[in-house]
Design a protein around this ligand. Structure first.
Ligand code: C2E
Ligand code: MG
Ligand code: MG
Ligand code: MG
Length: 279
């Protein structure tokens, strides 16, 4: 009897896996079509200074509006694009749109424009031999200054060293800034901060969530700002949702933050600050 149920359970499991593979293949094919028919667009979320909440720069985030499915989260489709390789083409498109948008804001807002723009880059993109030339070309084609671009990579993407780290080093030599995204959640190692040229530490939302309660996360958030300051990096606290969190972060020494409390990702953030200081 036990063998029978386990067999049935296995069959159910196999069917589930099959369904998942089908769904993944479907989503992959639909993304291909989406790229060709312009279903992707970018939104931009402000990174603000503390405590004043003024916009310093923006992070670009990709959005997919599927004609039938509607909104599909990047948390769902980016991993699929990484597995099927489409992230390379999608990523190049994202990079070019972000650079062009940045230059158009510079023209429209002048000194009120964001000082920089960041673009998320996945492990698969970094491993692609043509990646650095694509970045260089996106900058040249848009006329954008390389030090206005921040490339966000995860700890996990650069953890193994190798091609990914060399790409990051080359970008850095071009003048592009490097941010470690979701810091503290991946293959965290402080050694990374010695082996990879890092300019910005994005302290993950999970440390910010409970920062108003004295506990482990508050302790870690405190340690991370000390490491960041000590190494001369810029720390950005991610996922700040309340005024209380912002106040505690400021007290701990954080000077940059990002989160719904200050602004959600939108197509056109409200740039109105005069004389935006350099990051
Ligand atoms: P991420 O790079 O860490 O981006 C931050 C995510 O947190 C975004 O989700 C943003 O909308 C969300 N967020 C910001 N503030 C708050 C807050 O206060 N509360 C909460 N609950 N969430 C907040 P999004 O846009 O859904 O993106 C999810 C992830 O998908 C990104 O995490 C990034 O890893 C990936 N992704 C998004 N756009 C791109 C892209 O253009 N290229 C690549 N390669 N990955 C991308
Ligand atoms: Mg990011
Ligand atoms: Mg992040
Ligand atoms: Mg995050």
């Amino acid at each position: 009897y036990a063998a029978k149920t386990s067999k049935a359970r296995f069959r159910r499991y196999a069917v589930e896996l099959d369904d998942r593979a089908d769904e993944e293949a479907r989503l992959g094919a639909e993304m291909r079509a989406a790229l060709d028919t312009g279903q992707f667009h970018l939104v931009y979320q402000p990174i603000v200074s503390l405590p004043d909440g003024e916009i310093r720069y923006v992070e670009s985030l990709v959005r997919w509006t599927h004609p039938v499915r509607g909104f599909v989260s990047p948390a769902e489709f980016i991993p699929v694009a990484e597995r099927n390789g489409l992230i390379v083409e999608l990523g190049e498109w994202i990079l070019r749109v972000a650079c062009t948008q940045f230059m158009s804001w510079l023209e429209t807002y002048g000194e009120n424009a964001p000082s920089k723009i960041s673009v998320n880059v996945s492990a698969r993109q970094l491993a692609e031999p043509g990646f650095v030339p694509v970045v260089a070309d996106a900058l040249a084609a848009s006329g954008m200054d390389p030090d206005c671009l921040i490339v966000e990579v995860t700890e996990t993407a650069v953890f193994g060293g190798g091609v990914a780290v060399r790409a990051v080093e080359e970008l850095h030599r071009l003048g592009v800034r490097i941010a470690l995204d979701d810091f503290g959640t991946g293959h965290s190692s402080l050694t990374l901060l010695q082996t990879v040229p890092v300019d910005v530490l994005k302290v993950d939302k999970s440390f910010v969530d409970t920062i108003t309660e004295a506990g482990r996360h508050a302790v870690i958030a405190t340690a991370l700002i000390q490491v960041s300051d000590g190494l001369g990096l810029t720390a950005v606290a991610e996922g700040v949702e309340t005024a209380e969190q912002a106040a505690v972060l400021f007290e701990l020494g954080y000077r940059y933050a990002q989160g719904y409390h200050f602004g959600r990702p939108v197509e056109e953030p409200a740039f109105r600050v005069a004389g935006v200081a350099a990051l």
